[in-house]
Design a protein around this ligand. Structure first.
Ligand code: GLN
Length: 489
């Protein structure tokens, strides 16, 4: 059978590279050509750099010619523009970093470089990863390849659009409150947010450090497992990195799921969930029953408090993390100012967009003397209760399932003037970050308008092997994940 690179799995691409059916330069050029031709329709990439990309592909070919092999050697991937990559513009979607060329590699990038993957480009994202629609980017909104008048989700919207439109075989994302899972759901991808501490945050521009996690965005669970094999692992440069062995995530994909106990949180199937999403999710659960799984009802009583809790904690951490952008050492500096204080003020007033400023103000307020106990401390206590809800639920089940997002992709502009409506789009994903658990979104059907629906899987700490297994078994009996948006086949 002839190789069709845009539809091939990572395993098939690696096979073709190993057989010399195709070289990395040929494969990379094919994807680069698609990126250059189709990106103007989607705005999925902030940076494409043909020279640098092809140089990496040539060195992968040299390694292949020397007899080396590896699951990702020579395979082109797209990286969210939040990961520092030496010599590459790394903007985090902000004017503040529009001139920032990273002097070092993030650990995740270093690991992909060692594995021999090729960087196709840096993908668009919400500014400093704050958003659910990719509309807060300084570089403009990303369009959803399933409907270019709709958002692709966010904040990893560029990575999602690029993989969904077959501009890249797979990509990286980051997830602080849903930014891998929600865009995966809105673009028909498989996205995995690992357990907190599983993937190093070193060199990943910080938004809310106690919540941020990098992870894979791919078409299938099998591909996501291959990426996670490379991304995961202890890193002494990240103080919250967990020193636990990394299993081979591809080894357990085929495990039997007969008897699997699926917990359905009653709070996830109530008010706010659209009918189309509810129907697709219920049908997916039905598939699991056919595979031998059993369903139990569980309760996450504090889940409606996850959004207020997150919107105290995440802005508090962001206000501290973003204090480094002051125009002194790197990044944007206001061209005119009278003295140092004026330089700080103008730099930050001009360099940050409105959503980032809103978060800095909320966070600074919540952390200020007199309000700290009332807001920040209260939110920390709530966070513990939310984590305990999951612990209690996992006494009764092995995996929790529900919708990833309450609706399918919404129109560009539909929520951009209403921050609270936008914040509500993460109602099902945020509590997973607050608890530090692994979560996944997998393709589970389409609404009548032809827009994809995502099924969310939530696991116990470090139970990524089971999530990938449960996702893979579903993908063996369904074909949603193979569907390609029209015009991007
Ligand atoms: N949409 C959420 C926010 O705006 C989550 C973003 C993320 O996961 N990076 O904060």
């Amino acid at each position: 059978m002839s190789l069709q690179p845009t539809q091939a799995s990572l395993g098939e691409l690696a096979q073709a590279l190993a057989n010399k059916t195709i070289s990395s330069v040929e494969l990379t050029s094919l994807f680069l050509e698609r990126c250059e031709r189709l990106n103007p329709q989607l705005n999925a990439f902030i940076t494409l750099d043909r020279e640098k990309t092809l140089a990496q592909a040539r060195s992968a070919d040299a390694r292949l010619a020397a007899g080396e092999s590896g699951p990702l050697l020579g395979i082109p991937l797209a990286y969210k523009d939040i990961f520092c990559m030496r010599g590459w513009l790394t903007t985090c979607g902000s004017k503040m970093l529009a001139n920032f060329v990273a002097p070092y590699d993030a650990t995740v990038i270093e690991k992909f470089n060692t594995a021999g993957s090729v960087c196709l480009g840096k993908t668009n994202m919400d500014e400093f990863a704050m958003g659910s629609s990719n509309e807060t980017s300084y570089y403009g909104a990303v369009k959803n390849p399933w409907d270019t008048t709709a958002v692709p989700g966010g904040s990893s919207g560029g990575s999602a659009a690029a993989v969904a439109a077959r501009l890249a075989p797979a990509a990286t994302g980051t997830d602080t409150g849903g930014s891998i899972r929600q865009p995966a759901a809105l673009t028909n991808l498989t996205g995995l947010k690992p357990s907190y501490g599983r993937v190093s945050r070193y060199g990943m521009i910080a938004f809310a450090s106690s919540l941020d996690q990098g992870g894979p965005m791919a078409r299938t669970a099998e591909d996501a497992a291959l990426l996670l094999n490379v991304m995961a692992g202890f890193d002494a440069r990240d103080s919250t990195s967990v020193e636990a062995p990394v299993p081979d995530y591809t080894q357990t994909l085929n495990g039997d799921i007969k008897g699997l106990r699926i917990g359905l949180p009653k709070e996830y199937f109530s008010e706010g969930l659209t009918k189309d999403v509810a129907q697709a999710v219920e049908a997916a659960i039905g598939e699991y029953k056919k595979l031998g799984a059993q369903v139990v009802e569980v309760s996450l009583p504090n889940s409606q408090l996850a959004i207020p809790c997150y919107y105290v904690l995440a802005p508090a951490e962001a206000s501290s993390n973003l204090s480094r952008f002051d125009g002194v050492r790197y990044g944007y500096r206001a061209p005119e100012y009278t003295d140092l204080l004026d330089m700080y003020c103008k730099t930050r007033a001009q360099g940050f967009g409105p959503e980032v400023k809103r978060r800095i103000m909320i966070g600074t307020y919540a952390l200020s003397a007199g309000y700290y106990d009332a807001y920040y401390l209260k939110a920390l206590k709530l966070r513990r209760l939310i984590a305990q809800d999951f612990q209690a639920a996992f006494e009764k089940c092995d995996v929790i399932m529900g919708p990833t997002s309450p609706s399918t992709a919404f129109k560009i502009g539909a929520k951009s003037d209403d921050p609270v409506a936008m914040y509500l789009s993460d109602i099902y994903t945020i509590s997973v970050n607050l608890a530090g658990l692994p979560g996944m979104s997998i393709p589970a059907g389409f609404d009548p308008a032809g827009l994809p629906v995502g099924l969310q899987l939530i696991g116990k700490y470090f139970d990524e092997p089971r999530l990938l297994n449960v996702a893979h078994r579903y993908q063996q009996v369904t074909d949603w994940h193979h569907r390609t948006p029209k015009g991007f086949e």
